[in-house]
Ligand binder design. Structure first.
Ligand SMILES: [Zn+2]
Ligand SMILES: [Zn+2]
Length: 333
């Protein structure tokens, strides 16, 4: 079977790997669509923290697919079902897992990082991490469950109040998803400060009331950073109302120091929260948003490539053109 393999040297190769033999607890899934993101570039280029990747690795942590085979012990999933699967594989027995914080499981395993991902014709996953996708949900929405679960996890942590005025920093996929998903908490307004004017139309589709590329002058109850832009994060603590919250979802880079005014934090009675990955609860909630029809992210997929055109796909990902939403590989049907 064809698989897209990264070795951390800046190159990708489409390789013919052996057919997968599943365990009795696993299901074999044929990926329908698989997204790529900035983290994939870090994996390709070897720039990711070595603790979070095992080379060589089949890329692909954002995906949906169709079940083509189930292990002998599996009765929760049927052949033919369209599914997504939690990418972070929690051990289920450590104190973090038992507390519900599966995103912080002490043994880190993740599809597309330490386990073969879904830029391939087949992927094996344990049945207990598989979630069925309703027929009404588009493949484009389903492929975005993983990044959306990251956003949901952060929002569950900060619990935005109904009527909150929200600013999203960034205009990439996570920022656009955050602008869309925060509507589930009924904000009064959602603003976005991005880098590229060309993202304005996508932002509007994400439910952004005001899109800007220069520093906002309003004050906000909640600011969500999905940019990792140090200067914007420094600024953000001065753009919060008293009692406001800054939620950090983006990475600035391991060496970057971000100056924050402690006086502004204390005087403003502010909260800074940061969130890593997603728990099982956030994943379930995200799937429920989609299956119940509350959330549709179809608009967000702007680029589609067959697996064979991987150089074009990665080129589009490296090239900061806009408008650009999610780039996906269309693999099977
Ligand atoms: Zn990603
Ligand atoms: Zn654990």
């Amino acid at each position: 079977m064809k698989s897209l393999v990264a070795r951390g040297d800046g190159q990708l190769s489409l390789e013919e790997l052996d057919e997968i033999r599943i365990l009795s607890s696993e299901v074999l899934v044929a990926p329908i669509a698989t997204g790529v993101c900035g983290t994939d570039l870090e994996i390709i280029d070897g720039k990711i923290d070595p603790a979070f990747v095992k080379y060589p690795i089949v890329l692909g942590h954002e995906w949906c697919g169709r079940v083509i085979k189930v292990g002998s012990d599996v009765d929760s999933v049927d052949v033919g079902a369209r599914v997504v699967a939690e990418g972070i594989i929690p051990c289920g027995i450590c104190f973090e897992c038992l507390g519900g914080f599966t995103n912080r499981c002490i043994t880190y395993e993740e599809i597309g990082f330490t386990r073969a991902g879904a830029t391939a014709q087949q992927i094996a996953v344990d049945a207990k991490f598989v979630h069925a996708i309703a027929d009404s949900v588009s493949n484009e929405s389903a492929v975005l469950v993983e990044p959306t679960a990251v956003v949901t996890q952060g929002l569950l942590k900060v619990q935005p109040a109904s009527g909150a005025k929200v600013l999203v920093i960034g205009d990439g996929t996570i920022a656009l998803i955050a602008a869309r998903v925060v509507h589930a908490w009924h904000p009064s307004e959602v603003h976005m400060v991005g880098l590229k004017e060309g993202q304005a139309a996508l932002a509007k589709k994400a439910g952004v009331d005001l899109f800007m590329t220069t520093s906002p002058t309003d004050k906000y109850d909640l600011i969500i950073d999905a940019s990792g832009a140090s200067s914007r994060i420094s600024e953000a603590v001065r753009q919060l109302v008293r009692g406001g919250t800054l939620l950090l979802l983006g990475f600035t880079g391991p060496e970057v120091k971000t100056p924050i005014s402690v006086d502004a934090l204390v005087n403003g009675d502010l909260t800074i929260a940061a969130s890593f990955g997603y728990s099982r609860k956030a994943w379930e909630m995200t799937v429920d948003f989609l299956n119940s029809g509350k959330l549709d992210l179809t608009f967000l997929v702007t680029h589609r490539f067959p697996l064979e055109k991987y150089e074009d796909a990665i080129g589009a990902l490296r090239n900061e053109t806009s408008p650009r939403g999610k780039i996906i590989f269309e693999i099977g049907k």
